[in-house]
Design a protein. Structure first.
Length: 577
């Protein structure tokens, strides 16, 4: 079963690669002529030593030199052309899979942390880098190695035997290199990734690290991972460097050895000087692709590992199926026997939950920490798939809607709001490449963030970043609410929406909920603080993933909550937030 799943990812990668098969054939044709023209040098040497020097003809030398210059020019063009073609093969492969891999990375990361998802885009780039590298071009040249060795064999059997033995030794070194460096390279990449993750986490929480005097402890923790990464990287580099040095040294020795053997055969009148020089040149050409492959082996290994990772990632995250486009639904939500098991866990966080929310109604969801409120929010947005039961919007299950369309129908304010690098307007417009300014301003006004944004240095065009300290928690919360209201959603889901809001911010939140209800839309609020449920008509109490109460807000409060009277007073207009 697992092999079948991985096969589906492999089929996608192969299909993308096969789209360039005509270009591969073009490279093969260019490689044929480029390698054929590699005989120009040896033949030139034969003619120089065996004909020109013997005849002392300047005219013959000039004619041969002009012809050789022309042939080398053609060879250079062939080599240049195949390099450009392979660069475009790699670019086409990456472009073909960019969106697919990006979607898989986002969808996988949204569900659970996964190393393959974190490295997915880098894996795709590593394959593209291999396709554009000299290592893959060497694949087209290696089949010519036996041809060049055979040509040396024609000059003299002893020269051929020496060349074949040397080539076999280099191939053996290549195989040993691949076998012995695979695991060290994999370990080096794993610990390097872990070290980078620690560094990213510490950088994101730099304020806490600085304010709580954690710099030394954080540095020691990072340095430990960094030292392990350096140790493994040096070990892998030492191994790879060792084989590269052995290969280079042996190839140079081999070329000298064939010259020495050739000189001996010349002295024995069994070989001409031209053939001796030509054999040396042919040997260098025959062994060059093998040496290049060994030198580029880290690129090959990284691409092979990337291919393997993408096979698994793409098999686990299948392509989105095309769905029949449904009309814009009314804001009626029905949850039927919903059971949700968080990704990576075995126990359900929500169990057999059923309720309905009608148009113009606001539902408050309360309960202790760990009761399942945030899990419910993620299930209602389609972020987490149900293990059982259904979530229906206007009668259709969430799976029947296109994800992009569903994202416009459902506005979502998560418990932790994260903004992106860009302008405030771009963040409100959900990074849309062609946003509607009217909708941006309208959403900000509904979230009561318009005046706040105008006070910024460049208003809606103010640049912010994910790690910027420019905005307070309350300001980020309001921009997040404006983003949730962008594109006029029919259902608004708010997870602890007033956790960072002051009194005026809470009032703005309640006003936004009132406006949604007045427009016949639905709102669901997951809350701890009583101010957040002020505008809720009904209330649901969750405990340990199970619904323990559901009904009119005040009624549920009286039955289930000990301090119901205090909560009702505080949630009344003008009460304590």
């Amino acid at each position: 079963m697992q092999k079948t799943m991985i096969q589906s990812g492999s089929d996608e990668l192969r299909a993308a690669r096969q789209e360039s098969r005509r270009l591969y054939w073009a490279v093969a044709v260019f490689s044929f002529f480029a390698n054929l023209l590699m005989l120009t040098g040896p033949i030139y040497m034969l003619q120089i030593y065996d004909r020109v020097l013997g005849s002392r003809s300047v005219e013959t030398l000039v004619a041969l030199t002009v012809l050789v210059a022309f042939l080398f020019g053609i060879m250079g063009l062939m080599d240049y052309a195949r390099g450009r073609i392979m660069a475009r093969v790699g670019a086409r492969f990456q472009t073909r899979l960019d969106k697919r891999v990006f979607d898989a990375v986002v969808r996988k990361s949204a569900v659970q942390k996964d190393e393959r998802a974190e490295t997915g885009l880098a894996d795709l780039e590593s394959i593209q880098r291999l396709m554009s590298s000299q290592a893959l071009i060497a694949v087209f040249d290696i089949p010519w190695t036996p041809f060049f060795l055979a040509a040396i064999l024609i000059f003299h059997p002893w020269l051929g035997y020496l060349a074949i033995t040397g080539g076999a030794i280099l191939i053996l070194v290549t195989v040993i290199n691949q076998v012995t460096t695979r695991r060290p390279m994999a370990r080096a990449n794993t610990v390097s990734h872990q070290s980078q993750m620690i560094a990213n986490q510490l950088r994101e929480e730099a304020e806490m690290v600085q304010s709580m005097g954690m710099r030394d402890a954080a540095f020691q923790r990072w340095q430990k991972a960094r030292d392990a990464s350096l140790k493994e990287s040096i070990h892998a580099a030492d191994l790879g460097g060792t084989y590269s040095s052995i290969t280079k040294t042996f190839r140079l020795f081999l070329q000298s050895a064939i010259l020495g053997l050739g000189a001996y055969l010349v002295l024995q009148d069994e070989l001409t000087p031209g053939a001796m020089i030509a054999a040396s040149i042919l040997l260098g050409r025959a062994l060059a692709p093998i040496e290049l492959a060994i030198g580029q082996w880290p690129v090959v290994q990284r691409a092979v590992r990337g291919w393997s990772n993408l096979e698994i990632l793409l098999s686990e995250v299948r392509p989105e199926v095309e769905r029949t486009e449904l009309p814009k639904p009314e804001s009626r939500l029905d949850v039927v026997q919903l059971t949700v098991v968080p990704p990576g866990e075995a126990q359900a966080a929500l169990r057999v939950l059923s309720f309905s929310v009608q148009p113009g109604q606001a539902l408050g969801v309360i309960g202790p920490s760990g009761a399942g409120k945030s899990t419910l929010a993620k299930a209602l947005t389609g972020h987490w798939r149900p293990a059982g039961g259904k979530v229906r919007l206007a009668g259709a299950s969430l799976e029947q809607y296109e994800p992009e369309a569903l994202g416009h129908y459902i506005g979502y304010l998560p418990q932790r709001v994260q903004l992106f690098d860009g302008t405030i307007a771009e963040n409100i417009a959900r990074l849309s490449p062609d946003p509607d300014p009217k909708l941006i301003v309208s959403a900000a006004q509904k979230a009561d963030a318009h005046e706040m944004i105008l006070q910024m240095p460049d208003g809606y065009d103010t640049q912010i970043s994910a790690s910027s300290a420019r905005l307070s928690g309350g300001q980020i919360q309001r921009i997040g609410l404006a983003r949730a209201l962008y594109a006029d959603p029919i259902l608004l889901i708010l997870d602890e929406p007033n956790s960072n809001l002051d009194n005026s911010g809470s009032e703005a939140l309640n006003a936004a909920i009132r406006n949604m209800k007045a427009e016949g839309k639905s709102v669901i609020v997951m809350a701890h603080r009583p101010g957040a449920i002020q505008e809720c008509d009904t209330l649901m109490v969750l405990d340990n993933g199970v619904k323990v109460a559901f009904g009119p807000r005040d009624e549920v409060l009286r039955e289930r909550v000990l301090n119901a009277e205090q909560i009702q007073k505080s949630s009344a207009p003008g009460g304590v937030q």
